[in-house]
Design a protein around this ligand. Structure first.
Ligand SMILES: *Cc1c(COP(=O)(O)O)cnc(C)c1O
Length: 373
């Protein structure tokens, strides 16, 4: 396969895979899927990812902040959409106007949301409770008073409490069950306060798969809709998922060199025989982790090679031996192993990080293109 003429590098995004992955989670969990498209859809493109997820039956989208939510609205996405981490003092007027639902973690945010409501449009809220992660969320000791105020604001039509949620630490099933117990206590306090949140949501990808009691009314799936696995010991295929992003480049230069030739900065790699070196025009500025120097896998012409020497800002070299490679040939860094590509996980392992970080850090210099089939 070759890249389109004139394309040096690209991330090809299979939105049909995203739709299929959402379907897989709906089947597996039996509850609604809130598709998490924060951080530009984990690097896949937020609007494109949102569209794919909605095609697969996601009922709601999740992002971190109001700006990400507004960008989705500008991109033509009008599905229910929640944002849950806010700048201190942010006014929620534009969010309410764009019917963006707000995750609320304290009384100040609740009051600011109520202040942004208009006569005909109450602020739609999901109350976030703290269950152990030590991030944001209303702590147990404040829940009675914050919930009571939310119920009062709901009675006078300023807010509508659509949901209540929290987030798990994935430390162990037992730790997560403790968090579930705290979540249940919060639900009881909410009910006693006169709140009737329709959408109770707690699980992200890992718990949605492994901890059925964490599923409630909806699961918030990020990594899984992009076809990646949160488990180091279970592949996407084992989970019925298909990786949606293929990162690839066109070989930019090829040279034949003798034995003993140094490669890239610091000559950390030297050829041990006469060989062919191929130049891949992707570097750490594009999100290819420099820590994967000498290790990260690349598939060229159906053969898998490690990076030779250091990954530079814009490029790295592969020693392809006597394998016939010409300028313009495709080099695949990661994608769907069904088609012979390495996994983003292989790069994560090579760099000492996680697959989440590998895909979200692919930089703006890499054009995203929706796969055509
Ligand atoms: C990012 C995020 C998710 C999605 O997590 P995954 O592990 O990618 O499924 C869900 N909920 C919250 C609050 C998040 O910040």
């Amino acid at each position: 396969m070759t890249l389109p003429a004139g394309t040096m590098r690209e991330a090809v995004i299979d939105t049909e895979a995203i739709a299929d992955n959402v379907r897989a989670f709906r089947r597996r969990t039996g509850v609604d899927v809130i598709a998490v498209v924060k951080a530009d859809g984990y690097g896949h493109g937020a609007v494109r990812a949102a569209q794919g997820a909605l095609d697969g039956g996601a009922t709601r989208l999740g992002v971190v902040d109001v700006d990400e939510a507004l960008a989705l609205r500008r991109g033509g996405i009008d599905a229910p959409l929640i944002a849950w981490l806010h700048a201190p003092g942010l006014s929620f007027g534009r969010a309410v106007e764009a019917h963006i639902e707000l995750g609320i973690s304290d009384l100040d945010q609740l009051n600011r949301a109520a202040a942004a409501a208009t006569g005909e449009r109450p602020a739609r809220l999901h109350l976030k409770v703290e269950t152990g992660l030590a991030r944001n969320g209303i702590p147990p000791e404040a829940q009675r008073s914050v919930f009571a105020e939310a119920a009062r604001l709901e009675r006078i039509g300023r807010v509508h409490v659509v949901g209540i949620f929290s987030h798990l630490s994935n430390t162990s099933p037992d730790d997560d069950r403790e968090a579930i117990a705290r979540f249940d206590e919060s639900l009881a306090v909410a009910a006693a306060s006169g709140l009737t949140p329709r959408v109770r949501h707690l699980a992200a990808t890992q718990a949605a798969i492994d901890l059925p009691e964490s599923r409630y009314d909806a699961v918030r799936i990020g990594l899984g809709i992009y076809g990646l696995s949160p488990f180091s010991y279970r592949s996407p295929a084992e989970l019925g998922l298909r990786p949606a992003m293929t990162l690839r480049a066109a070989i930019a230069a090829v040279r034949r060199v003798p034995a003993g030739h140094g490669v890239s900065y610091g000559y950390t790699y030297r050829t041990d025989r006469e060989t062919t070196l191929a130049l891949v025009p992707l570097g750490y500025a594009d999100g290819v982790p420099r820590q994967a120097s000498g290790v990260g896998p690349v598939v060229i012409g159906a053969r898998r090679f490690p990076v030779a020497g250091r990954i530079a800002m814009d490029q790295f070299v592969v020693d392809v031996g006597d394998h016939p490679v010409v300028v313009g040939d495709e080099a695949v860094l990661f994608g769907d192993p069904t088609y012979g590509a390495p996994l983003a996980d292989d790069w994560a392992q090579a760099a000492g990080t996680i697959n989440y970080e590998v895909v979200t850090r692919i930089g703006p210099r890499v054009p995203r293109r929706t796969a055509t089939r």
